[in-house]
Design a protein around this ligand. Structure first.
Ligand code: AMP
Ligand code: MN
Ligand code: MN
Length: 317
């Protein structure tokens, strides 16, 4: 697929969806697509389906129009999936994949095996927003769409910091800035600003973290009772794993939080030597070589032991 126009021929209704717990790239690509359609294809009826987006994305135009549940018996001409690498992560819009006339997945996860009829997956791209930008006509991207796409790029690159950032990523960032977007405010408000409790829970996690494998692996974890004590939700935990990762000498950072009885959501970040996507995939999750995740069962110690074994093996190779 070279451009978005090729899949929009004859299409009158489009459903747009992303993954569960939508992050900046997911919200940015879904809303970027929605706003591009609104600006350039007003005749197409488009709806976005996501779990409630976090307040930090409230500056994105029309974010209030996001649907958080799927309407029964609605069959769209086209179902567009963004930033999703496996069927079980589609969340609120899972039904759309079965009922739409055509389905297209646009993504950048190396672990994506192709979940739609047409799959446009670019693992070398920094973000799904970057992949989407390449499918749009630059001259037809308005300010609102540019704000959404820029959001996704800065979130998945850590503000042009992670190794997924390429020369092309920077060029696209420049093109989007040229649309007159308040890029400094977007970076500050959606990426850096933390609430007081977010900082507290970050500090608490680091205080209680443990170093393993001769300081090459750092682990931070939170139990349900900790989340309750601080009154935080999973959305408040974004960024903790990256703070762990920047510890000197660390190759892999692991962050887990309890999601149910003997169940943990695992986030892993690598500084380059270890392929964490391979480990996450083995445990039923997925992601990228340097940032991946999965859900695991057992006690904290079971989970840590299970994860450190393949990490140690990779570090020895
Ligand atoms: P996270 O650690 O949740 O920020 O996720 C890091 C990367 O791994 C993101 O690109 C996610 O899309 C991906 N990822 C996280 N959890 C899963 C999962 N359970 N299955 C597939 N991919 C995941
Ligand atoms: Mn994502
Ligand atoms: Mn992404």
């Amino acid at each position: 697929m070279n451009n978005i126009a090729s899949i929009l021929e004859g299409v009158r209704s489009v459903a747009i969806a992303g993954h569960t717990r939508p992050d900046g790239d997911c919200v940015g690509s879904c809303m970027g697509m929605y706003l591009y359609l609104k600006e350039n294809y007003p005749e197409i009826q488009a709806d976005v389906y996501l779990e409630e987006p976090r307040d930090v994305f409230s500056y994105i135009e029309d974010i209030g129009r996001v649907h958080t549940s799927w309407p029964e018996e609605k069959a769209y001409d086209l179902f567009l999936l963004f930033d999703v690498s496996s069927r079980d992560r589609i969340g609120v819009a899972a039904q759309g994949l079965e009922t739409a006339k055509n389905t297209v997945c646009i993504d950048h996860h190396v672990t994506n095996s192709g979940i739609a009829r047409i799959n446009h997956i670019c693992p070398e791209a920094s973000s799904t927003c970057e992949v989407l930008y390449e499918l749009l006509e630059d001259t037809r991207i308005g300010k609102a769409c540019a704000e959404a796409l820029y959001t996704g790029i800065i979130h998945d690159t850590g503000v042009f910091q992670y190794s997924c950032t390429s020369e092309r990523t920077m060029q696209i960032g420049g093109r989007l800035i040229a649309k007159g977007i308040p890029f400094d405010q977007i970076i500050q408000d959606s990426f850096y600003t933390k609430t007081y409790v977010q900082n507290q829970i970050l500090g608490r996690t680091i205080m209680e973290s443990i170093m393993l494998l001769d300081g090459q692996c750092i682990v931070g974890y939170l139990k349900q009772k900790d989340l309750k004590f601080y009154g935080v939700t999973p959305a408040d935990l974004d960024g903790i794993v990256n703070q762990l990762r920047i510890t000197r000498g660390v190759e892999v950072a692991i962050f887990l939080y309890e999601t149910g009885v003997q169940e943990y959501k695992v986030s892993m970040r690598s500084n380059g030597k270890v392929d964490v996507a391979a480990i996450a995939l083995f445990f039923g999750g997925g992601g990228h070589t340097r940032a991946a995740g999965c859900t695991m069962q057992g006690s904290v110690h079971d989970v840590i032991n299970a994860l450190t074994e393949p990490i140690e093996k990779q570090l020895r190779e």
